[in-house]
Ligand binder design. Structure first.
Ligand code: ADP
Length: 726
C-alpha cells in the first residue's frame, strides 16, 4: 500500500484496508471450516482403518477357533483344486499317515494310489458325482495305506466349495476322521453276534434232539397210562393214574412250548396260509375253556361280530394257539364270579381284530413291560400259586408278530386285563382255493367234520420201539383195524410186497432202513401205476422241516409222537384221501404240504375194494337181543322216521329254509349214527353244515346223494325185516 498523501488518499487507504481485513476474515473462516472438515475426514479415515483391523482380527480368531475345533476333533482338513488336481492337506494328515514328509500340496493321484483296492470303486464313484456336479455333499468310508504299510480306516465328508459361472465345481473341501476304533468295535460286535447266533443254533439243535429223546419215552408213558386207565381199577388207583396223566400232559405242554420258542428264535416257525372259518376257530378254541370257566363260576362271553367274513385266509392253527394261551391265562388269573369276554370283529377291509378280556387280578405297569419276554411271570409267587412257565405270552406275542400283527395289553392291578391284536385275514370268497374240483359226495366229505370208518382196515405198523408198537396197535385196534407189525424199514418193504394192506403207519427212525428210505423204496416200486398205498409218517421229530422231509419221501400224512387218537385218525383220513385221489387219476408229482393241511376226507367208495355196508346189521341184531319181532317193529318205525326226514329235507331245500334244513339234517344224523349207518350219518352231517352256512348249491347237489344212501339203508332195513320174519 502506498503512503497517503492527501486526506482523500487516506480515506481511500482506510476503506481499502477495511476491505482487506474483511477478506482476510473471510479466508480465515473458510480455512477454519476446511480444517474442521479435514478433521472429520481424518476421523472417518481413522475409523475405517480401525474396523478393517478389527475385521482382520476377527477373521484370525475364527481361523484359530476352526483350527482348534479341527484339532480337538482330530480331523484332517483337505481342499482339492479341481483345475490343478492338487489337494491341500493340513498338518493332521502327516500325523495320521505317520508321514512327516507328506507335502501340504499333494497331487490327487498320489492320494488315490494309497486307497485300499476294495474301497476305491465306491470312493471314486462318490468323488465322480461330486466333481461332475450331481452330488453337492458326500460321505464315504475307506482304508488308506499309512507309511508303515498299515490300513487306516477314514471317514471322509466333502462338499463343493466353489463353482464357475456355469455351476461346474472348481473346488471340493472336506474333512477326514480316523475311525479305526469305531471299525474295531463294529468288527467285535459282528463277531459277538455271529458267535451268539451259532450258540443259538446249537441250542436249537440241542433242543430238537432232546425233544426227540424225551418225546419217545413220554409217548410210551402217556400211552401206557391211557391203557391202564381203561383197565379195571379201584378208585384210588384211578385217581393216581389221572394225576399221572395230568403230569404227563403238563410235561408234554412244556416240551411243546420250549420247542415252539426255539423254532421261532431259529426262524424256523412256519406260518401257513389256508382258508378257514374264523368264527368257527374262535368258538372251537373257546369250548374247553368254557368248561373250565363254568367250573370256577366265571361268566364267559364269546362275541363274534356279524360282519366277520365266513372264510378268511390265515393260519388257523397258530391263531388257535394264541387265543388258547390268552384264554387259559384269563381263566387262571380271574377269581370266582369274574367275567371273561372273547371277541372277533372285522378291522378295516382285510384284517380281523381279536380280543380276550378278563376282570381278573390285573398286571402292574412294571410287570407289563416285561411280560412278553420268555420265562417271565408277573411275580415269582405266580409259579407257586398258579404254575406255568412264563412261556405262553412270549410265544403268543411272537406268533402274532409272525402273522403280521402286534399284541397289546391294557391292564391295571385289580382291574382285569385286556389283550388284543389285529391280524391280516383277507376274506376268501367262493370255495377254498386249495381244494380240487370234487364230485358232490367228495365235496360233502370235505364239508363234513370227522366221521371216519376205519373198521376192517388192514394196517401195517412199522415201528422198532416195543412200547410204541404196543400203543399203536392198541389205538388201531380200538378203531377196528387189523394190524401187522414190521420191526424195521426192510421188514416193512417186504411185508408191503407180500400185499394185503390198506395203510402203513411208518415210524421215521428205524434201524436197517429208515421210514423215509422205506417209503421212497415203496413209491419207486409203485411207479406211476394204479396203486398207491397210503403211508402215514409217525415221528418224534418235532422240528419244522421234518414234515417236509416225510412228504418229500412220498408219505401222504404226518403225525407226531406222542400219538393222540384224534391226531392219528386225522392223519389216517388224510392218507386215505390221498390214496382215493390217486385212484381217481390225480397223481401229484410230489406230495405237497397241502396233502397234510387239507381237510380230512373219507376214502371214496370206489377207492375201497369192499364197499362198507350201509348198516351193521349184525350189531343191530345183537343190540336188539336177536328178537325178530322186536327187530321188525323197530325197523319199520325207523323206515317211517327216515321217510319223514326225506320229506322234511326236500321241503327245506325248496323253501331254502336254513333253520329247518339244519334241524332236520342234525336230527337225521343222530338217528343214522345210532342205526350204525355211518356213511349216511356222515352225509347228513355234511348237509347240516352246508345248511348252516347257507350253501344251497352244495346242499342241492348233496341231498340226492344222501337220499340215494337212505334208499340203501331202507333196503337193508327192509331185508332185515324180511329175513327176520322168516
Ligand atoms: P404262564 O405259563 O406262567 O402263564 P404266560 O407267559 O402265559 O406264562 O404269562 C406270564 C405271566 O403273565 C403269568 O405268570 C402272569 O403273572 C401274567 N399274566 C398273564 N396273563 C394274565 C392275566 N390275564 N391276568 C393277570 N396276569 C396275567
Amino acid at each position: 500500500m502506498s503512503t497517503p498523501h492527501t486526506p482523500s488518499d487516506l480515506a481511500n487507504a482506510i476503506s481499502e484496508l477495511a476491505h482487506e481485513r474483511k477478506r482476510a476474515d473471510h479466508l480465515q473462516r473458510q480455512m477454519l471450516r476446511l480444517q474442521q472438515e479435514l478433521e472429520v475426514l481424518r476421523g472417518a479415515a481413522r475409523d475405517a482403518s480401525n474396523s478393517r483391523l478389527l475385521a482382520e482380527e476377527e477373521l484370525d480368531d475364527t481361523r484359530d477357533r476352526l483350527q482348534l475345533a479341527l484339532d480337538a476333533a482330530q480331523l484332517a482338513l483337505w481342499e482339492w483344486n479341481l483345475r490343478t488336481g492338487v489337494v491341500y492337506l493340513n498338518a493332521r494328515w502327516s500325523e495320521m499317515m505317520g508321514d512327516v514328509a507328506m507335502d501340504a500340496h499333494t497331487p490327487i493321484d498320489d492320494l488315490m494310489d494309497r486307497i485300499h483296492p476294495d474301497d476305491l470303486p465306491h470312493l471314486q464313484q462318490q468323488l465322480g458325482q461330486a466333481t461332475n456336479g450331481t452330488l453337492q455333499r458326500y460321505e464315504v468310508q475307506f482304508r488308506i495305506r499309512t507309511l508303515d504299510n498299515e490300513w487306516l480306516w477314514l471317514e471322509s465328508h466333502g462338499m463343493v466349495s466353489d463353482q464357475d459361472a456355469l455351476g461346474q465345481p472348481l473346488r471340493l473341501i472336506g474333512i477326514c476322521a480316523d475311525i479305526r476304533e469305531r471299525k474295531r468295535l463294529e468288527q467285535a460286535t459282528e463277531t459277538a453276534r455271529a458267535q451268539a447266533e451259532s450258540a443259538n443254533r446249537a441250542k436249537t439243535e440241542f433242543l430238537a434232539n432232546v425233544s426227540h429223546e424225551v418225546r419217545t419215552p413220554l409217548n410210551g408213558l402217556m400211552g401206557l397210562i391211557r391203557l391202564l386207565m381203561d383197565s379195571p381199577l379201584d378208585g384210588e388207583q384211578g385217581h393216581w393214574l389221572k394225576l399221572m396223566d395230568e403230569s404227563a400232559h403238563t410235561l408234554l405242554g412244556l416240551l411243546n412250548d420250549i420247542l415252539d420258542l426255539s423254532k421261532i428264535e431259529a426262524g424256523k416257525m412256519d406260518i401257513e396260509t389256508t382258508v378257514f372259518d374264523v368264527a368257527d376257530v374262535v368258538e372251537k378254541t373257546c369250548a374247553p375253556h368254557l368248561a373250565q370257566a363254568s367250573g370256577k363260576a366265571l361268566q364267559f362271553e364269546v362275541d363274534l361280530h356279524p360282519g366277520l367274513p365266513t372264510q378268511v385266509r390265515g393260519d388257523p392253527g397258530r391263531l388257535r394257539q394264541v387265543l388258547a394261551n390268552l384264554l387259559s391265562n384269563a381263566v387262571k388269573f380271574t377269581p370266582e364270579g369274574g367275567h371273561i369276554r372273547v371277541s372277533a370283529a372285522p378291522d378295516g377291509d382285510d384284517r380281523v381284530r381279536f380280543e380276550v378280556a378278563d376282570t381278573g387280578i390285573g398286571i402292574t405297569p412294571a410287570q407289563q413291560a416285561r411280560i412278553f419276554e420268555a420265562f417271565t411271570q408277573a411275580d415269582a409267587s405266580t409259579t407257586r400259586k398258579f404254575g406255568g412257565t412264563g412261556l405262553g405270552l412270549a410265544i403268543s406275542a411272537r406268533l402274532v408278530t409272525l402273522m403280521g400283527g402286534h399284541i397289546e395289553l391294557d391292564s391295571a392291578p385289580g382291574r382285569g386285563s385286556r389283550f388284543h391284536f389285529s391280524l391280516p385275514m383277507p376274506a376268501q370268497h367262493g370255495r377254498p382255493t386249495d381244494s380240487m374240483p370234487l364230485s358232490a359226495p367228495m365235496e360233502l366229505a370235505e364239508v363234513q367234520a370227522q366221521q371216519h370208518t376205519f373198521e376192517g382196515l388192514r394196517v401195517l405198523v412199522a415201528e422198532d420201539h416195543p412200547v410204541n408198537e404196543l400203543l399203536m396197535r392198541q389205538l388201531l385196534k380200538r378203531l377196528g383195524c387189523i394190524t401187522t407189525v414190521a420191526k424195521n424199514g426192510l421188514e416193512a418193504v417186504a411185508a408191503w410186497q407180500r400185499g394185503g394192506f390198506d395203510l402203513i403207519m411208518m415210524d421215521v427212525q428205524m434201524p436197517e432202513l429208515s421210514g423215509l428210505d422205506a417209503t421212497a423204496e415203496i413209491r419207486a416200486q409203485e411207479g406211476n401205476g394204479p396203486r398207491h398205498i397210503p403211508i402215514v409218517a409217525v415221528t418224534a421229530n418235532a422240528m419244522s422241516g421234518d414234515q417236509e422231509a416225510c412228504l418229500r419221501a412220498g408219505m401222504d400224512a404226518y403225525t407226531s409222537k406222542p400219538v393222540s387218537p384224534q391226531a392219528l385218525m386225522k392223519s389216517m383220513a388224510q392218507a386215505l384221501a390221498a390214496e382215493s385221489r390217486w385212484v381217481q387219476g390225480e397223481r401229484p408229482q410230489a406230495p405237497s404240504t397241502g396233502a397234510v393241511e387239507s381237510k380230512p376226507t373219507r376214502p371214496s367208495k370206489q377207492a375201497r375194494s369192499q364197499p362198507t355196508p350201509a348198516l351193521d346189521t349184525d350189531k343191530l341184531r345183537r343190540r336188539l337181543g336177536n328178537d325178530p319181532a322186536a327187530l321188525a317193529d323197530w325197523a319199520s318205525s325207523v323206515q317211517t322216521e327216515l321217510a319223514g326226514y326225506r320229506q322234511g329235507l326236500t321241503q327245506a331245500l325248496t323253501r331254502q329254509d336254513k333253520v329247518q334244513a339244519a334241524a332236520q339234517a342234525h336230527a337225521l344224523k343222530g338217528s343214522l349214527a345210532s342205526l350204525t349207518a355211518q356213511r349216511a350219518a356222515a352225509l347228513a352231517n355234511g348237509l347240516e353244515m352246508a345248511a348252516r352256512s347257507g350253501e344251497w348249491p352244495l346242499f342241492g347237489r348233496a341231498l340226492p346223494v344222501l337220499l340215494s344212501e337212505l334208499d340203501t339203508v331202507d333196503k337193508s332195513l327192509q331185508s332185515m325185516r324180511d329175513t327176520d320174519r322168516h
